[in-house]
Design a protein around this ligand. Structure first.
Ligand SMILES: [Zn+2]
Length: 53
């Protein structure tokens, strides 16, 4: 697993993020870094809402 530290420093997860903020963060995260996958719970919620990424 590789950490893109530079990306993480520039893109901090907001405090008390909304669902959309979390989804957005994880989508951008996945594009730039693969230190961890999108949490399964979040993936399920995305699918439930029919969001695409
Ligand atoms: Zn990462």
């Amino acid at each position: 697993m590789k950490i893109n530290r530079e990306w993480h420093l520039k893109n901090k997860m907001p405090t008390n993020p909304s669902f959309e903020e979390r989804v957005h963060w994880h989508i951008e995260h996945q594009k730039n870094c693969n230190c961890r996958p999108i949490p399964e719970k979040l993936v399920k919620e995305i699918e439930k809402k029919g969001l695409r990424f």
